[in-house]
Design a protein around this ligand. Structure first.
Ligand code: AMP
Length: 283
């Protein structure tokens, strides 16, 4: 399997692939790969001749220095895992911070028409500027035909769609379903840092989302939100940061339901030191 650490190496690989009109899929990741990432990569392999996977813990999207420092980095294990999927059709780009940012480790400021101010934007200052900066940069380096993003980070997916639309970027964005552990917990690189007791408690998050979905047919968003808050007040291990029912397109909290619109419930929870997010389609 080809592993490139520099954008020059990637440029050479892309040049060769384009000579033979090879279709290129792209899956950006921060590594510590798990089945959730592999589900995106497998989808990309079905729809493209080759797939580039980037592995880069992007400093500018971490508003919390401790989270950046503690983020798991397991490059050798990640490469071995990718080899079990395909040695010939997967290309890895694992750059250094300098290769991406040269000397200026800063974000560009973006306007995503307000999508960036909801939910994660409110709790993670500058996070989506960091995400926009790295994804735009990676699109310029890889020049993929299609790029794959998980609904696990649904707000991020909508923001990337906006980034592509506003900048006329020549790439098709594909959203992919959330991959879950058998317990229902959404897979995440952060899960491996959960203590055993927090891990055991965390399936409660998805159970609560499923219960909220059931209620959505008959109850108002305000009632459901109050009910969810109460469930977490009674939980000693999980601390609710937010639960929001929002319009899928604008990500604005729903005031009055309309049958013409699509809604999702979004949740962020602290399980000890680890912050977990999840979401569910409601209609
Ligand atoms: P990350 O490495 O956490 O930045 O994630 C890289 C990509 O994988 C993002 O598009 C995520 O939304 C996606 N992803 C992470 N976990 C999951 C999951 N459990 N199910 C589906 N996609 C996921």
């Amino acid at each position: 399997m080809q592993v490139a650490n520099t954008k020059e190496h990637i440029a050479n690989l892309i040049l060769d692939l384009r000579k033979t009109n090879t279709s290129i899929g792209f899956v950006p990741t921060m590594g510590a790969l798990h089945e959730g990432h592999l589900s995106l990569i497998n989808k990309a392999l079905q729809e493209n001749e080759v797939v580039f996977v980037s592995i880069f813990v992007n400093p500018t999207q971490f508003e919390n220095k401790k989270d950046l420092k503690n983020y798991p980095r397991t490059l050798n294990r990640d490469i071995e895992l990718l080899k079990t999927v395909s040695k010939t059709r997967i290309f890895v780009y694992a750059p250094s911070v300098e290769d991406i940012y040269i000397k200026n480790v800063r974000s560009i400021r973006f306007n995503f028409d307000g999508l960036e101010n909801e939910m994660e934007g409110e709790f993670r200052d500058g996070h989506f500027d960091g995400v926009g900066t790295i994804v735009k940069r990676l699109f310029e380096i890889i020049t993929p035909d299609k790029a794959y993003f998980g609904e696990k980070d649904f707000q991020q997916l909508q923001i990337i769609r906006k980034l592509v639309e506003k900048n006329n970027l020549p790439v098709k964005i594909i959203g992919c379903k959330i991959h879950r552990e058998p317990s229902g917990l959404a897979m995440s690189s952060r899960n491996e840092r959960l203590s055993p007791e927090h891990k055991a408690a965390s399936p409660f998050i998805y159970k609560t989302l499923q219960a909220a979905k059931k209620k959505f047919g008959t109850k108002s968003a305000t009632k459901i939100t109050a009910w969810v808050k109460k469930q977490f007040e009674n939980n000693e291990l999980l601390v609710l940061e937010y639960f929001i029912i929002a319009d899928t397109d604008t990500l604005k909290p729903v005031k009055r339901k309309s049958h013409l619109k699509k809604y999702r419930a979004f949740i962020a929870v602290h399980a000890g030191e680890i912050r977990l997010i999840d979401n569910i389609a409601l209609n």
